[in-house]
Design a protein around this ligand. Structure first.
Ligand code: ADP
Ligand code: MG
Length: 493
């Protein structure tokens, strides 16, 4: 279908150049200057052969974008220069090359399959739907494990300079899985920058718009574990067959494949099969493909077939937009000062930004305070302090045992007393304050905290946190205790 070729861009013949120049005149007259400069100026005419003009575009994204948006004007220009029999082909640069290697390109014809004209569409869909039901039935146990987060949508994904290409490519794939040049689509970027959100948004879009398609989302870690599990159960062939029948395969965090040769082989086989059958493959990684050490070359070269796009740290404007979006989702309005303050002070990643917003809302809720600059300052100060304290090379990590120890010493109770069943008032008080502080200082879930307090359940922990927050409002001695304990804990001795 798409044949990789190498073109030498400098061996173009004169004819093709003048034909393309004339085409450009037509195109230029129909488009705004900046559009023309962005999308058409970088194109290089390569050859004119058998009435087919081949032009080189800088990336698969260009090709997609031009086809999507400027098909008509291109057709008009080609008609004018070469007549209705004239054809256009793109040579799409997929690898820029270097001083020693020519750029790698693939050649694709102009005008892709038009998905919108589907004969007897309802009949086709009914057949596909039936096929899906059969596969669902046969592989029910595998399907049960696939998890989609419906909150991850394109609507909820704030666009900015840091993610524009990745988002546009993701949307193109979501609209036409398996048909665009972005196959596979490889997204990479540091932690918390939106990789999982974006690929899940693609999954949700396809699931919603093409319910007959079989979409699978799996982390590479889970993929690996699943295969090991089925090897044990002697059902590995069944698992493999399952993967061979799906329409869209999304593998999150492929860096876990590094060094796992057996898995790579399995994946390689599935990948090839799906790709050959026009099925969509989407992958994410926390680093660019070339840094995926220990990932076999043949696997790596496959990643280059499609499009690789990165997600970068969000800039200030994007951070503001994200904060506003998250608050809007919660139905909360806060003053712009506060938004700006948050955006200025948290610039690491979006997950961190979300974490601060959640803490801020929780604080405002628990302490029944309005969200203002003061509360934002306190929240951030607290979190930044926590981050610093978590760094082992500074004050050492604050863990639950440390908190328990400090609290027990302070209230003069024994450690097994706060973990035990005693309802004695001062022990209950120490226990509840310790739980409150664990929530403040650690990332542990309520369930995990309960576990460390003699296996209590999470509702007991919620009750403790609520009680202490309420008491802190009305009881200055509790407030003093908590403040004193925070200082002691922060010392981390
Ligand atoms: P990654 O997989 O890259 O580590 P995630 O996709 O898990 O990151 O994103 C972390 C959090 O940040 C998620 O809750 C996600 O919804 C949110 N997030 C990331 N990017 C955006 C964005 N552009 N707009 C809105 N929320 C985002
Ligand atoms: Mg992720």
């Amino acid at each position: 279908m798409l044949k990789p070729t190498t073109h030498n861009p400098y061996s173009m013949n004169k004819d093709c150049r003048s034909v393309w120049e004339n085409c450009l005149k037509t195109i230029r007259s129909a488009l705004p200057e900046h559009t023309f400069n962005t999308w058409f100026a970088p194109i290089i005419p390569l050859s004119l052969y058998n009435n087919t003009l081949t032009i080189q575009v800088p990336s698969p994204f260009y090709y997609e974008y031009i086809e999507e948006n400027y098909l008509e004007i291109l057709r008009k220009a080609i008609d004018k220069e070469l007549g209705p029999e004239g054809k256009l082909e793109y040579s799409v640069v997929v690898d820029k090359g270097n001083a020693h290697n020519l750029p790698k390109t693939m050649t694709v014809p102009n005008t892709k399959i038009d998905l919108d004209i589907k004969p007897a569409e309802s009949k086709v869909n009914a057949d596909l739907q039936k096929r899906k039901m059969q596969i669902l039935k046969e592989y029910e146990s595998f399907f049960r494990e696939i998890q989609f987060n419906e909150n991850y949508t394109f609507d909820n994904f704030v666009e900015g300079d840091c993610n524009r290409l990745a988002r546009a490519a993701g949307l193109a794939v979501a609209k036409k899985p398996g048909v665009t040049a972005f196959n596979p689509l490889m997204l990479y970027g540091g932690v918390g920058l939106g990789k999982t959100h974006l690929v899940q948004a693609i999954a949700n879009h396809i699931r919603f718009n093409s319910p007959e398609k079989i979409v699978v989302y799996v982390s590479s870690e889970k993929f690996v574990n699943q295969f090991f599990e089925e090897i044990k159960n002697d059902r590995v062939q069944k698992l493999k067959n399952f993967y061979l029948q799906i329409d869209v395969l999304i593998i999150d965090d492929v860096q876990f494949f590094a060094g796992k040769e057996k898995m790579q082989e399995m994946f390689f086989h599935i990948f090839n099969h799906l790709h050959q059958h026009g099925k969509q493959i989407i992958m994410t990684s926390d680093r660019p493909p070339k840094e995926l050490q220990g990932l076999e070359d043949r696997l790596l070269s496959r990643f280059k077939w499609g499009l690789t796009a990165d997600l970068q740290q969000p800039d200030f404007e994007t951070r503001v937009a994200i904060i506003l979006k998250k608050l809007q989702n919660e139905g909360i309005e806060i003053s712009y000062d506060v938004v700006e303050y948050l955006a200025n002070n948290i610039d690491s990643n979006i997950r961190e930004l979300e974490g601060v917003i959640v803490s801020l809302l929780a604080r405002s809720n628990l302490e029944r305070r309005e969200i203002d600059l003061q509360l934002a300052r306190e929240t951030i100060k607290h979190l930044i302090q926590r981050v610093d304290e978590r760094r082992p090379e500074t004050t050492g990590e604050i863990d639950i045992e440390h908190i328990q120890k400090v609290v027990c010493h302070y209230f003069d109770v024994k450690e097994d007393e706060i973990k035990g069943k005693s309802r004695t008032q001062h022990i209950v008080k120490a226990r509840q304050i310790a739980m409150y502080l664990c929530k403040e200082y650690t990332e542990l879930s309520l369930k995990a905290i309960g576990y460390h307090f003699g296996g209590r359940d999470h509702s007991t922990v919620i009750h403790a946190i609520q009680t202490i927050s309420d008491l802190m409002e009305v009881d200055s001695s509790i407030r003093q205790d908590v403040n004193a304990l925070m200082k002691l804990i922060a010392k981390n001795e």
